[in-house]
Write a protein that binds this ligand. Structure first.
Ligand code: NHR
Ligand code: GAR
Length: 214
């Protein structure tokens, strides 16, 4: 039996993607969620972790603290779990270069847009305002530049007339819960890596839109 991949999940909120990853790890056993860290003490995802008997930590920003000071405390909390993979799942704080570079190629994020469109916040409203007829979610490796790391896998959803941001968010979420566990599994199986700034699956470059974009 190959050693199980130690997965650490960082959250700020509801944690439905955390739940999808927990559930899929139970199914395939190549990966194990060894901890959940939140920057928000009241994040519902912490309750999900407790219910799944997963260790949790809160690293709450102090008022007046610099980003660097916060990230040093976060780095200490992360190290305690000795993760093989860090999964950002609705984690809403930008990470400084040191922490990203320490885990380069071992940290992934799910972002609610078809990157490179709409990095940052309010992605659903921005897709609506632009009149896009398709939208979606992207899983990417995290690099220091925000939402700019190589895309691993995307999922597309249609945008219908009369949709609002809430409807789009729900539609995107359903796809996120399918693609994020799949990417975690690929990584745990040792099939996925970041090489020279590119996402490589089974020794092949997945291309700019990730594996099987259409
Ligand atoms: N850090 C780095 N260096 N690179 C990335 O690609 C990152 C990252 C940290 C988080 C997730 C990301 C997303 O999927 C992510 C990717 C937060 C913000 C943000 O503006 C932007 C993108 C993401 C997460 N955060 C504000 C901040 O000042 C706070 C916003 C709030 O609290 O509501 O940190 O979209
Ligand atoms: C997800 O839609 C994720 O793509 C998004 O937040 C949601 C978290 O949901 N991430 C960001 O916007 C990061 N800036 P969840 O807490 O239920 O997994």
């Amino acid at each position: 039996m190959p050693k199980s991949c130690r997965v650490l999940v960082l959250i700020s909120g509801n944690g439905s993607n955390l739940q999808a990853v927990i559930d899929s790890c139970d199914d395939h056993l190549q990966a194990e969620v060894v901890g959940v860290i939140s920057n928000q003490p009241d994040a519902y995802g912490l309750m999900r972790a407790h219910l799944a008997e997963i260790d949790t930590s809160c690293v709450i920003a102090h008022s007046g603290e610099s980003r660097q000071e916060y990230d040093q405390r976060l780095a200490k909390a992360i190290e305690r779990y000795q993760p093989d993979l860090i999964v950002l799942a609705g984690f809403m704080r930008i990470l400084s270069n040191d922490i990203v570079n320490q885990y380069l190629g071992k940290m992934i994020n799910i972002h609610p847009s078809l990157l490179p469109k709409y990095p940052g916040m309010n992605t659903h409203q921005r897709a609506l305002d632009a009149g896009d007829t398709e939208h979606g979610a992207s899983v990417h490796f995290v690099i220091p530049e925000l939402d700019a790391g190589p895309v691993i896998l995307q999922a597309k959803i249609p945008v219908y007339e009369g949709d609002d941001a809430e409807v789009l968010a729900q539609r995107v979420h359903e796809q996120e819960h399918a693609i994020y566990p799949l990417v975690v599994k690929w990584f745990a199986q040792g099939r996925l890596a970041m090489v020279n700034g590119k996402a490589i699956l089974d020794d092949k470059d997945v291309g700019p839109s990730g594996y099987a974009p259409d």
